[in-house]
Design a protein around this ligand. Sequence first.
Ligand code: DO4
Ligand code: MG
Length: 295
Amino acid sequence: MRFVQFYVPGKGKRLGLLDGSTVTDITSNQFATVLDVVRIAAERGCEMDEVVTECSQGVEFGYEALDVTPADGKPHLLLPVDAPEVWGCGVTYLRSASMRDVDSEQDIYSKVYHSDRPEVFFKATPSRCVGPNQDFGMRQDSELTATEPELAILLGRPNQILGYSICNDVSAWDIERENPLYLPQSKTFEGCCALGPCVATNSTVSNPADLEITCNISRGGKTIYEGEANSSQIKFTLEQLVEFLTRNNPIPVGTMLSTGTGIMVPNEFAHQAGDRVEITIENIGTLRNGARHLT
Ligand code: DO4
Ligand code: MG
């Protein structure tokens, strides 16, 4: 199943199920958000699909009509889940390690890539996240902010993978490169994390360890960069990444863990305001966002 959250004028936030090109509004007294479904699945120790099997069918919307730039007067997609915490994993793909080492003074990234412990860092809270078709932020003090297209895991209980989404781990690479101790400033800021367009559950993503990930960046209507990776190239299993995140680290129900990027956008395609980014992951969908300067 694919869960979405969307806004309808006069009604507010709605919970929907995406099937093909149709979104069915399944908002009820029992669950009004994806986080409600996650909480019930965590409590019962079951899949999210099982939580909604008996819900009555509601009003239908065309997905394309929802996948539009947010405006108060029009229905539109929202963040797929208001994850109380978003965490990230780093240098989980060889490409991420080798390209970062070229621009850093020591081989710290390769050392982490070849170590038994992955990099895990705090990324965002809901107020720092943007949903489909919203602009992500570029810090005022960064001239090299880049897209990092990643598969994200949605957790119920600490060891319960309930579903998947797409994350753009937008990062100020120049700040991170100046000194690795500046990593939190390179990773966490207003609009630093784009998520969406849906949460695809285990029944829809049957093999998360083999998903094609593609990215297209365009400027002024023209493609300036295209890249691809496959989640099979992640050095750890997804369960191992979750285990490292949750080791002696209590996480709230509904936490998202982004699994690192295998697509390293060359420095020459550092973002400019107005860039458009499309990230597609097999079985999940396409996340579209723009880039904007923070003031
Ligand atoms: O330390 C650098 C961050 C790595 C990262 O975010 C990634 O590999 O995706
Ligand atoms: Mg990343």
